[in-house]
Design a protein around this ligand. Structure first.
Ligand SMILES: Cc1cc2nc3c(=O)[nH]c(=O)nc-3n(C[C@H](O)[C@H](O)[C@H](O)COP(=O)(O)O)c2cc1C
Length: 312
């Protein structure tokens, strides 16, 4: 941590609430990014360590409890009272939201650039985001409409295009800052410290700091209407991909992004973000190649093992 701005208590009154929260919740007692993260060394070597997958001895039909790792995992699911049940109709929306964003994770983050009908340029992150279909090439983002309709939603519906920029580690702080609910006259681009790059197929600029940007036009929209109240709660925007910009230095030999070089940041839940520091590979099973063998293995497993029965 540098000099006295963050550490000197007499200067704390001059620093923002953002910095106060950063100190108490994100810095205090934690090792520094530079000294501990594999990513801080990423220019010298791969940030992601590839290890073998768990349970390489696994055979089709083997249960999770066939390994020590699996047995320990299933310890937490032995009794009926090992579970908490949240009835969505009875819980507060806030509780369901917290459960959803912390349970359905990690989520990729779409950093969306859009322009309003009157020409204001806007950026904001959205983690209710997914790639949907390669042909037609589609992505979706979902924006909540309460307590206000997001500028991103209004802009895309008005001007019909936008860009989605994937956030890499070196600019996650700027990307996070752009989620601020700033008034219309404040430029989120300037506030976040990010750079506009003209798009080639749409009017909304892309983010120069992003190594993977997608230009989209509005393909369709879907309003999520609450079944009980009839209120329009969220808007799903479906984006038709017009062009994908990928930085050459993050490509692997197959010409697609190498996760170790792309350094995508995901959203975990609450204010936690995630990095991939370990990965493993698993082959895709194919019934054509292995179906016959799988059926034999399953049949063998169903046949009572006589020697075991005698021992019991
Ligand atoms: C990492 C991250 C992910 C977010 N994901 C969503 C999301 O999926 N949907 C949503 O409505 N708001 C999301 N938000 C909040 C919006 O970014 C925030 O409301 C922002 O002010 C919207 O900006 P806009 O009004 O300029 O569109 C997210 C915020 C962060 C920091």
């Amino acid at each position: 941590m540098s000099s006295n701005t963050l550490t000197d208590p007499t200067k704390r009154s001059e620093i923002s609430k953002y910095k106060e929260d950063l100190i108490t919740d994100c810095l205090d007692g934690r090792p520094s990014f530079e000294s501990e993260s594999r990513y801080s060394l990423s220019t010298d070597g791969p940030a992601i360590r590839y290890i073998q997958p768990p349970n390489p001895e696994w055979e089709f039909g083997d249960p999770v409890t066939s390994t020590e790792l699996g047995r320990r995992w299933m310890e937490g699911a032995k009794h009926d009272d090992d579970w908490e049940h949240f009835d969505a109709e009875k819980e507060e929306t806030r509780k369901i939201y917290s459960l959803m964003i912390s349970g359905v994770q990690p989520r990729p983050i779409a950093f969306v650039s859009s322009i309003s009908a009157t020409g204001e340029e806007n950026i904001a992150p959205f983690s209710f985001f997914q790639a949907l279909s390669p042909s037609p090439p589609l992505i979706m983002i979902s924006a909540m409409n309460a307590p206000r309709i997001k500028d991103t939603t209004a802009n895309i519906q008005a001007t019909k295009d936008f860009t989605v920029n994937l956030i890499s580690l070196p600019w996650i702080v700027q990307g996070n800052a752009a989620s601020i609910d700033s008034p219309a006259h404040v430029s989120e681009w300037e506030l976040a410290g990010l750079t506009k790059e003209p798009s080639t197929h749409v009017r909304a600029p892309r983010v120069k700091e992003s190594a993977f940007s997608i230009e989209c036009t509005l393909f369709d929209k879907y309003d999520i209407v609450h079944p009980d109240t009839g209120a329009n709660m969220s808007s799903i925007t479906f984006g038709l991909i017009k062009c994908i910009h990928v930085r050459k230095d993050i490509l692997n030999a197959r010409g697609v992004p190498d996760p170790a070089k792309l350094q995508n940041v995901s959203r975990l839940g609450d204010i936690s973000y995630g990095l991939v520091t370990e990965a493993f590979r698993l082959p895709r099973p194919s019934w054509d190649s292995d179906g016959e063998m799988i059926e034999q293995v399953l049949k063998r497993k169903q046949t009572p093992d006589e020697s075991k029965e005698v021992q019991q």
